[in-house]
Design a protein around this ligand. Structure first.
Ligand SMILES: [Zn+2]
Length: 322
């Protein structure tokens, strides 16, 4: 469905419509930090609704239960990205779900959830991607809008750096350098609007070190962490029986996190992101810095990337459409 819409739009150079889910999608699983089982239903929503969490375990009106997923609603960035509302309701570990919605171009969805954390599942966005792709999307009768980056915005903190820059499509580059033989230095480039993005990036799992686990647990975090939902590293060994999904799964996951965190712009971004040892805090800082400077971006109709690779693909599709 999504692929058909993309091909038709691209071949005919039509504006993209906003998308929502074709049907509700129910997902259940353990929360990474609390360890509790959480039930969640992703529901189709109207054009311009955006992405909103609704805490169905809380009593009260919408101002109590509803949390809009936006960069200025981020209340915490330790270990995961947490959004909250003025009444104090929160939902954490949202980044993998947000990356899936962003990668699959789901613009509008109401997420009913009965706890304060999105299920961690396998530690990647794979389950979200598979479940949403299985039931498909619906095009809404409204144009898809995007935020086009007009000038560079950079935040730095020691060796950490995150930048949002002008550019075609939405390309991302990430670099990590861990003092660990299993990870070491890894770098990757990807484009969110590349058809391979879901397979190349969204299936990369989160990771942690065995030595950190006790401290995390003592701090009330990572109670649900296991080999089922994270790559666990002990010195120079990976403890997961099946090893890695990609040789450089670590940096791919960091890029996945960045896509999720940056989707809190509220509209798809057109430009480029560069992260060096960045994480949830830096990702949110650079996005807030961009949005705070109204001369650094503009809202435009969403257009497919104009990179040469896409132009060639467009030509091929136009020919095969005859
Ligand atoms: Zn992550």
């Amino acid at each position: 469905m999504l692929e058909t819409v993309r091909r038709q739009r691209r071949a005919a150079a039509l504006p993209y419509p906003q998308m929502t889910l074709a049907v509700p999608v129910a997902i259940e699983g353990a929360a990474l930090h609390s360890g509790k089982t959480v039930r969640m239903t992703l529901r189709p929503a109207d054009a311009d609704h955006g992405i909103v969490f609704r805490r169905i375990d809380l009593e009260g009106g919408r101002d109590v239960t509803d949390i809009r997923v936006r960069h200025d609603r981020v209340v915490e960035t330790t270990m995961s990205t947490v959004v909250g509302n003025a009444a104090g309701a929160r939902v954490g570990t949202i980044e993998h779900l947000m990356a899936a919605l962003s990668g699959l171009r789901v613009d509008n969805v109401l997420i009913e959830i009965d706890g304060d954390e999105v299920p961690v599942l396998d530690g990647s966005a794979e389950v979200f991607v598979d479940r949403i792709e299985a039931t498909g999307l619906t095009a809404l009768d409204a144009p898809r809008r995007a935020i086009r980056i007009l000038k560079p915005v950079v935040v730095e903190d020691g060796a950490k750096r995150a930048a949002l820059l002008p550019g075609d499509g939405f390309s991302l580059a990430f670099e990590i350098d861990f003092d660990n033989p299993v990870i070491g230095r890894q770098a990757i480039e990807a484009d969110l609007y590349d058809p391979c993005f879901a397979d190349d990036i969204l299936r990369a799992r989160t990771f942690g070190f065995l030595k950190d686990q006790e401290a995390l647990r003592a701090a009330g975090l990572g109670q649900g962490a296991s080999l089922e939902n994270a790559i666990v590293i002990d010195g120079e060994n990976i403890l997961n029986e099946d090893g890695l999904r990609y040789e450089d799964e670590f940096v791919r996951h960091k890029l996945l996190d960045a896509v999720g965190d940056l989707s809190l712009s509220g509209l798809p971004l057109l430009g480029r992101y560069e992260g060096v040892r960045s994480g949830h805090a830096m990702n949110n800082r650079v996005l807030c810095a961009l949005m705070a400077d109204e001369t650094a971006w503009e809202v435009v109709d969403f257009v497919e990337a104009s990179r040469p690779a896409y132009a060639a693909e467009r030509e091929m599709l136009a020919i095969s459409a005859d």
